[in-house]
Design a protein around this ligand. Structure first.
Ligand SMILES: [Zn+2]
Length: 222
């Protein structure tokens, strides 16, 4: 049994805290327009960074996605140090859920079987739901729905993500979920454009690459 005295705990936590510059140059992208799609995309961050590389990067991602505020994230980190096996199991579980949600995003729109399987996975996670929901006012005046887990804190971490996927089914959004038109890109997104013709995960990267390629093609043919 690992015991942590307050002084040890604060040094360990300090070493966990990333330098400000790291947070600023975030290894995460949020281009999916929906939490569950951003979670699917967290496997392919800038420079192939996988947010589920380890438990700490997962907590960082949840913080960046505003699923956890700083205080709760600190609590989860403390708990992960006290219960490393529980944290490891939560990481494995999160990867499994991400895989299921990717199938739902990529193949759900065209396949009823995939939608049914995605639904089973969503209900598997929602079935463990033990916590309270709150709506909180953020510093910038906007509102956010939060989930405050009770009992097993690790099991509740993914609930808001899975609820976001459940919302997509309920609201009929699945038909507007697309994969980036760049074949090398694995990102998915919710197309909320009026004409439903969004093609790229991100204009700054994939969209620009396609534009540059079209430009080069034009130069060659003229
Ligand atoms: Zn892309």
């Amino acid at each position: 049994m690992l015991t942590i005295t307050p002084s040890q705990e604060s040094t360990t936590l300090a070493s966990f805290a990333p330098p400000r510059a790291t947070i600023h140059r975030s290894p995460f992208v949020f281009v999916g327009e929906r939490l569950w799609l951003d979670f699917v995309n967290c496997e392919h961050g800038p420079r192939r960074f996988d947010a589920l590389r380890d438990f700490e990067t997962m907590v960082l991602w949840l913080e960046s996605a505003a699923v956890l505020d700083g205080e709760r994230a600190a609590g989860i980190r403390r708990r992960a140090q006290q219960q490393p096996a529980g944290a490891a199991a939560a990481l494995v579980d999160a990867r499994r859920i991400r895989g299921a949600l990717r199938l739902l995003a990529e193949r759900g729109p065209g396949s009823e079987r995939m939608r049914t399987e995605g639904l089973a996975e969503i209900n598997r996670v929602l079935g463990r739901s033990a916590g309270t929901r709150r709506v909180e006012l953020r510093g910038d005046g906007s509102f956010i729905r939060t989930f405050v887990p009770v009992g097993d804190a690790f099991a509740g971490l993914v609930i808001p993500i899975v609820e976001s996927a459940a919302d997509a089914l309920i609201l009929g959004e699945l038909s507007r979920v697309r994969r980036c038109a760049d074949g090398r890109c694995h990102r998915v997104f919710f197309d909320n454009t009026r004409n439903g013709r969004r093609r790229w995960c991100d204009m700054a990267t994939c969209g620009n690459r396609a534009k540059a390629a079209r430009h080069r093609e034009k130069l060659r043919t003229h």
